[in-house]
Design a protein around this ligand. Structure first.
Ligand code: GLN
Length: 503
């Protein structure tokens, strides 16, 4: 075995916790192993924008000390984690992968990072993303692209591409991402890991740089559903700093995972027939139908349902998210913080040049689209219409969920595509979000988990979306599925037992 990339990097959180609990390994050894893996692999993959080596090792040493004194802070005390670069941490840079915030150091810590710290989890570093979380491939990062660990010529998905690639390559056991229209779930599916978008209001958005405030949610990316449920227990909870935080959603997300035998008995999964339209690649469809069969074999019922307004979700999403983005990003004006143009004649030019020089193409496109959709005369036609579609979709999804525990659908119409393949055509890129945006528009929780490999050896994901309080059920179903399914579960793009050679 290559001792530079130890087998520890291939383990799940559950396995690492077991080793820690038995005293067979220390948090320092685990953290060192992941730091070594980052050093070895990230030159090729570029998932990290910054590694907090010393701080992570200091955190691990403290975790070891606590464990020795039998005063651990949580079930995950000593388990390292990495964060998408749009969650602030006091004294650290937070760039949102934008030239606008390249030198921005945060004066405070986001609630979600404070929760990781309070749970004793060493933070390994900041992860690459599409600029301001706008995109589906991480190619919109001003800091360079991230590559898919399964095949370096392919995109890792986005916008949390750094988070997904880091977990898939064994560079961290846990990453946090943010999901406004699929940015946790789609990269998770492109990289063959599990991604969770909690119900709106479950995880505090305080200290998450806003993209579209009515849609944004933070969630975990991990190797398995059981791991993600453990992380949810750490990061969820009411926060007075976030006016949309929902105390009623506090729950134990691992309850249904511990149920053991046949937890799918009596559960019904609905396959929306609108998901099988144009654009869905045959291989993805086959993998999904195979997954449906497997769920049935596990005791679940699967039936066709209808969500008539689903085909309009994407248009509504791009109007609403761009409208909110144009308002949220107005704060980056070159005056208060962030990038400032070097030369300007007057205040007007300061605003204009700062934004022009520091925002990338995609961010500018969203700001223009959003400003247009909100401008007088067009507001009724676009923004209000989109809000009506949002309401209709909420109703239709609720109807479909009346006698189903969850809706089963693809995560994306295709597996990962080649770097550069869709950058010239933003519409083409937007169409890939068709299956993920409904969960954000309706505020419902959804889980993305691997369900197969394409003929070119790239992961394919499936999505489970349920009612507002259904996340523990979804996590239980996902865990049950992945434990039973041999096609992909436990498969990594690297063979950790053989060392660092790519397969
Ligand atoms: N791909 C979608 C977009 O570009 C979703 C982004 C996200 O969830 N942050 O808007």
């Amino acid at each position: 075995m290559n001792d530079r990339i130890p087998a520890l990097c291939g383990l799940t959180v559950v396995e690492l916790v077991r080793l820690l609990d038995r005293g067979e390994v220390s948090s320092t050894e685990i953290t060192r192993a992941y730091l070594n893996c980052i050093r070895e692999r990230d030159l090729q993959i570029h998932a990290f924008l910054e590694v907090f080596e010393e701080e992570a090792l200091a955190g691990a040493a403290m975790a070891d000390q606590r464990r020795a004194e039998k005063r651990t802070l949580s079930a995950l005390d000593g388990i390292p984690v990495a964060i998408k670069d749009n969650m602030v941490m006091k004294g650290h840079l937070c760039s949102c992968a934008s030239k606008m915030l390249a030198d921005f150091r945060s004066p405070y810590t986001s609630t979600v990072v404070a929760k990781l710290q309070a749970a004793g989890m060493p933070i390994l570093g900041r992860l690459n993303m599409d600029e301001f979380a706008m995109g589906s491939s991480t190619e919109n990062s001003a800091m360079g692209v991230t590559r898919n660990p399964w095949n370096l010529e392919y995109v890792p998905g986005g916008s949390s591409g750094g988070s997904a690639a880091a977990v898939a390559a064994g560079m961290t056991p846990v990453a946090l991402g943010s999901d406004t229209g699929g940015s946790i779930r789609q990269p998770a599916s492109f990289c063959g890991v599990v991604g969770v978008k909690p119900a709106y209001g479950t995880v505090s958005r305080y200290g998450l740089v806003a993209f579209a405030s009515s849609l944004d949610q933070i969630g975990p990316l991990c190797k398995t559903a059981a791991d993600a449920a453990l992380v949810m227990n750490v990061i969820a909870g009411y926060d007075a700093h976030d006016a949309t935080s929902d105390g009623a959603l506090q729950a134990n997300f691992t309850t249904d995972i511990k149920k053991g035998s046949a937890p799918l008995f009596g559960l019904c999964f609905g396959l929306p027939k609108e998901c099988f339209g144009q654009g869905l690649q045959e291989e993805v469809k086959d993998a999904l139908l195979h997954a449906a069969q497997r769920l049935k074999a596990l005791g679940a019922e699967v039936k066709e349902v209808s969500v008539p307004s689903l085909p309009y979700a994407l248009s509504a999403y791009y109007v609403i998210s761009s409208a909110e983005a144009s308002s949220n990003l107005a704060r980056f004006d070159g005056v208060r913080y962030g990038y400032r143009a070097k030369e300007y004649a007057d205040l007007d030019e300061l605003y204009r040049k700062s934004r022009q020089e520091a925002f990338g193409m995609e961010v500018k496109r969203r700001v223009m689209l959003g400003t247009f959709a909100l401008s007088s005369g067009y507001q009724d036609q676009y923004y209000l219409k989109a809000q009506q579609v949002r309401e209709l979709l909420r109703y239709d999804v609720a109807q479909a969920l009346t006698d189903c525990a969850a809706l089963l659908s693809p995560v994306a119409p295709t597996p990962a595509y080649r770097l550069g393949e869709k950058t010239a055509d933003p519409m083409e890129m937007y169409l890939g979000d068709i299956y993920t945006v409904p969960a954000n528009i309706t505020g419902l929780p959804a889980v993305s988990l691997p369900c197969g490999l394409s003929s070119s050896g790239l992961p394919i994901g499936m999505s489970l979306m349920g009612a507002r309080d259904s996340l523990p059920t979804l996590m239980g179903a996902a865990a049950c599925y992945e434990q039973s399914e041999k096609v992909n579960a436990g498969l990594h793009p690297y063979d950790f037992t053989e060392g660092s050679e790519r397969k």
